[in-house]
Design a protein around this ligand. Structure first.
Ligand SMILES: [Cu+2]
Length: 158
């Protein structure tokens, strides 16, 4: 009886563990957490990646760059409304994340733009990315490739 209870407990606990896995942070250091890292399948040669970054420290974080071995040109982008049209724009200044705040990279907002990829991403692929901060720290993450909802297709032009 006791063994059965323990087995049941282990089963429930491991189920819980696997359900949580996707939202578990990929970066978990004293001053930040990064989770929900994902990328779009390619539409043409380019793709875009997204994540959520929480500043758990007491000073602002500044994201300045992202890199990937699958793209020679990676830029941090955002969308702006100009003359009634939504356009992508390269972010030249560091992206500040205040203490306690979470910054969400998402379709139609901030995104990591990957140009001229060496390999087309398809659903289920994994895309390695490195996030680089103003203080020189670099954090590797793996984006899971999946489709977003249809309205947030990343088809903007440059
Ligand atoms: Cu872009």
């Amino acid at each position: 009886m006791r063994l059965a209870l323990i087995t049941l407990f282990v089963l429930i606990f491991s189920q819980f563990g696997s359900a949580r896995a996707e939202s578990e942070p990929q970066i978990s250091v004293p001053n930040m957490e990064v989770h929900h890292v994902w990328a779009k399948p390619n539409y043409g040669p380019n793709s875009a990646a997204y994540f959520m970054l929480t500043n758990k420290g007491k000073t602002p974080l500044y994201l300045i760059e992202a890199t990937s071995p699958l793209s020679k040109r990676v830029e941090l982008h955002t969308h702006i409304h100009k003359d009634g049209v939504m356009k992508m724009r390269k972010v030249k200044e560091p992206i500040e994340i205040s203490p306690g705040k979470t910054l969400t990279f998402a379709p139609a907002g901030y995104h990591v733009m990957l140009f001229a990829m060496e390999k087309k991403l398809k659903e289920g692929d994994k895309l390695p990315l490195t996030l680089i901060f103003k203080d020189g720290t670099k954090h590797p993450v793996i984006a899971k490739v999946k489709k977003g909802s249809s309205h947030d297709d990343h088809r903007g032009s440059h």
